[in-house]
Design a protein around this ligand. Structure first.
Ligand code: NAD
Ligand code: 89V
Length: 346
């Protein structure tokens, strides 16, 4: 460990829109110190350092990794830089967290996993949606067995929220909703129903002002026997905007689970229906409507610290997340070729 005491010393790379949540999360974890921040944009790095009282500021990640003694780096840049930064961390034998999407393509992600395995360093993808407390509550209801063997699932995210305002790059990529948001929903489907042997997808671009697809409907064949629908849209104007809530339906042989808008979880069994409010905690630094995501950032970062200390693999390790990224690739290929794709063949 980098510190003589029992505290962990970390550094942040990428001081943009989302990284502020990660810095708040680190500030809430008692035994972690973020000792340095880095961004190509020196002004952004300086502003982040001032806001969170971080000692040292860099505009070059390689220089930072040479100069600092670090227990981990937290990579919060956009995907094109992920591979180089994870490989750099591995070369310095520094454990790394990498934001989702893990990498632009599966081959990059495989190389990143190989580099960290060779270096013997831990790698976690910051795939935080499965850490949302409402989604954990739905998973716990499923795992309790009260609805019997599940046979159908739906993971749904439909909204007209203006995501482009805070993340303008989302409007300019050839790929959009599956790569950026569907990846979370696909990971939740894997988390709930297990690995996938087939993906059938359809995509559309409804908003003419963006380059990529903003609507996707995917059907997954899970090895467990569940068939699930993963659907997402940023072109869905509703009477009430639910951004950024993920809604879940699970049908089992003996009952059903519904995670409805407003964080209402209903479990129906032969004994009757029980509804519960599973709203996320509004952390002191959180802002509605982002608070469910913000709570999940703290949860996944706590998990990382637990894994580092216990030397155990994170739930969303790099190796695990290859399977989620393969679903993204399979969905794009299925949509392009109009046929089901087995992600294991990619
Ligand atoms: P952003 O563009 O606002 O910030 C990225 C920052 O990284 C920029 O300041 C840029 O200058 C810096 N950067 C890029 N390459 C760099 C490099 N090699 N070295 C140092 N700095 C570098 O982007 P954002 O919206 O904050 O998104 C960042 C990542 O977070 C993306 O991968 C995005 O998908 C992800 N994200 C995740 C969630 C979530 O819930 N998990 C939510 C939003 C965004
Ligand atoms: O979670 C994300 O990755 C974000 C958002 C929810 C806005 O799509 O990009």
């Amino acid at each position: 460990m980098g510190n003589a005491g029992n505290r962990l010393q970390g550094a942040l790379i990428g001081c943009g829109f989302f990284a502020i949540n990660q810095m708040h999360g680190w500030a809430d974890i008692a035994d972690v110190d973020i000792v340095a921040v880095c961004d190509h944009d020196a002004g952004r790095a300086k502003a982040m350092a001032e806001r969170f009282a971080v000692a040292r500021v860099y505009d070059d990640a390689a220089a930072m990794m040479r100069a600092e003694t670090l227990d981990f780096v937290d990579i919060a840049t956009t995907p094109p830089s992920h591979r180089a930064l994870v490989e750099l961390a591995a070369a310095h034998r520094i454990p790394a967290i990498c934001q989702k999407p893990f990498a632009p393509r599966l081959d990059d992600a495989r190389a990143m996993v190989a580099a960290t395995q060779q270096a013997g360093t831990m790698l976690m993808v910051h795939e935080n949606f499965r850490w949302q407390s409402a989604i954990r509550a739905a998973a716990a209801a499923l795992q309790s067995g009260s609805i019997g063997r599940p046979f159908f699932g739906r993971v749904s995210f439909r909204s007209a929220f203006d995501v482009y305002a805070a993340q303008p790059y989302l409007a300019t990529g050839e790929r959009f909703i599956i790569e950026d948001l569907g990846i979370h929903a696909l990971d939740v489907a894997r988390y709930l129903f297990g690995d996938v042997s087939g993906v059938t997808a359809r995509i559309a671009r409804v908003n003419p002002a963006i380059l990529g697809e903003d609507v996707a409907t995917m059907m997954l064949d899970h090895a467990s026997g569940v068939t699930s629908i993963v659907d997402c849209s940023y072109a869905t104007r509703l009477a009430e905007e639910h951004f950024p809530q993920t809604l879940i339906e699970i049908d089992g042989a003996d009952g059903t689970i519904r995670l409805d808008a407003g964080y209402r979880l209903t479990v129906t069994t032969p004994g009757g229906s029980r509804a519960e409010d599973v709203s996320p905690t509004l952390l002191p630094w959180a802002e509605r409507p982002w608070h469910n995501i913000q709570e999940s950032v703290l949860a996944i970062q706590r998990h990382w610290v637990d894994c580092l200390r216990a030397d155990t693999q994170p739930e969303t390790s790099g190796a695990d997340n290859l399977k989620t990224l393969a679903l993204v690739e399979a969905a794009y290929l299925s949509a392009a070729e109009g046929r089901p794709i087995d992600p294991d063949t990619l």
